[in-house]
Design a protein around this ligand. Structure first.
Ligand code: PFF
Length: 433
């Protein structure tokens, strides 16, 4: 297609891809999943998986985009028109992920407001539960978060996506560093570091391994078309393998930094790290309420989450928007409007699943939990699996095209053809069971 957007430089692309990878997965999901799976052993497993196995589908997804220069559906169609359906699964997964991601985005906006206005909360768990059940404000806030992301998607690749990442990612890193210094200065901070870095090997089990792999795929934005779409906007860059390493390096570093910020604070106050999804919305606000100038830290922490979620949210929206623009020949404005309406409707349903629609269960899960489960445990692994097969058997992508070291290139080929598809198939089966 003529006039396809493209990045202004390699740096812009890498920054945007890091912006997509570093999100709620790193700061909200990673610490609580690590807390539930025994701390350091989970961290070691996660680090091994993310730096070895996950490199393969990450590079494959970028390569498919770069080579075909098409959005998801067109990219798969190039290989074989019969694969169009699997291409379409990517923007569909994107819309579904967006719908629950933006619910959390809405909560974050509320918590920034609480921090800025120095709002006093008596019981943090109760506040969180009452707030998330409150229909009107939560729906409005999710929509507000969606509008914030859509604003940048609407402005296009250079003026919107690049610009958002150039402003927000440095701010994100700066706030994170500041919060780490604060957290490490708390009494008994080293207990949190020990929890993170001193492994208890008795906690190793299959469930933990699969969770670590699922988390690694989610945090790298693999299996949803975001990297494929971003990769398709690359024109010149010859070394996408280097870009893939860089994305993994920064994503892992930011997840580690989030842990170093969160766990010392939790242990310093003698709290439990295993409280689940409420960790950053209940446990951390409680800690902030106990310290002087806590409201400033409170607001900064949620601003950090906001930046992380926004740059990822933008990449999620770009997948279906790019598909509508290229497949249906919609203008960017019309594509954004259509996706806005669809995501808004599903987001509102997911938001209401904490209140008005709490009784509606799909496979015994609330709409929100079902969307999370469906996307992270089923759709993303299926998409990633198909992606590896299409890259190796369809597009005949070989490691030697991107990797200088012959042994690494060979390992890449074996991983792409056999190992990753088998592992992902296993993840899928266990996820379904
Ligand atoms: N990687 C993001 C995170 O860790 O929060 C989530 C995400 C963004 C997943 C974009 C998938 C995606 F396409």
């Amino acid at each position: 297609m003529e006039n396809r957007p493209s990045w202004s430089s390699r740096y812009s692309f890498i920054l945007a891809a890091i912006g997509s990878a570093v999100g709620l997965g790193n700061i909200w999901r990673f610490p609580y999943i690590m807390g539930q799976h025994g701390g350091a052993v989970f961290l070691i497993t996660y680090l091994i998986l993310i730096t070895t196995i996950c490199f393969i589908p990450l590079l494959a997804e970028l390569a498919i985009g770069k080579i075909t220069q098409k959005e998801c559906i067109g990219a798969f169609e190039t290989v074989n028109p019969k694969l169009k359906f699997f291409g379409l699964m990517n923007p569909i997964t994107g819309v579904l992920v967006a719908s629950f991601y933006f619910v959390v985005g809405g909560w974050i906006i509320n918590y920034i407001y609480l921090g800025l206005t120095n709002f006093k909360i008596e019981n943090h768990a109760q506040y969180f539960s009452t707030f998330t059940q409150n229909t009107l404000p939560t729906c409005i806030l999710s929509l507000l978060f969606l509008i914030a992301c859509m604003y940048f998607t609407l402005r296009g690749v250079k003026k919107g996506i690049e610009c958002a990442n150039k402003i927000m990612m440095p701010l994100f890193a700066l706030i994170l560093l500041g919060l780490i210094v604060f957290s490490l200065s708390l009494p008994n901070a080293q207990a949190g570091l020990e929890y993170m870095f001193k492994p208890d090997f008795s906690k190793i089990n299959t469930q933990m391994f699969l969770c670590a792999l699922g988390q690694a795929l989610f945090t790298l934005s693999i299996g949803m078309g975001a990297l494929l779409t971003y990769g398709s906007y690359i024109k010149e860059d010859k070394s996408i393998a280097k870009s893939a390493y860089t994305i993994i390096f920064f994503d892992t570093m930011f997840a580690l930094m989030a842990g170093i910020m969160i766990f010392p604070a939790i242990f310093s106050f003698g709290l439990e790290p295993s409280s689940g999804a409420g960790l950053v919305f209940i446990t951390l606000p409680y800690i902030f309420s106990q310290i002087s100038f806590g409201n400033v830290i409170f607001a900064l922490f949620f601003l950090l989450l906001f930046f992380a979620a926004l740059t990822s949210g933008i990449s999620i929206l770009e997948v279906p928007v790019a598909s509508l623009i290229e497949r249906m020949k919609y203008s960017r404005a019309k594509a954004c409007f259509v996706i806005f309406v669809i995501v808004a409707i599903i987001s509102i349903l997911a938001t209401l699943s904490f209140g008005l629609l709490a009784d509606i269960l799909i496979f015994k899960k609330s709409i929100f939990d079902f969307l999370d489960f469906l996307t992270a445990n089923i759709l993303m692994p299926i998409n990633a699996l198909v992606l590896c097969l299409v890259a190796s058997f369809g597009l005949k992508i070989k490691g030697e095209m991107f990797l200088e070291n012959k042994i690494v290139a060979k390992l890449f080929d074996i991983g792409l053809r056999y190992v990753i598809p088998i592992v992902l198939f296993g993840v899928l089966i266990v996820g379904l069971i």
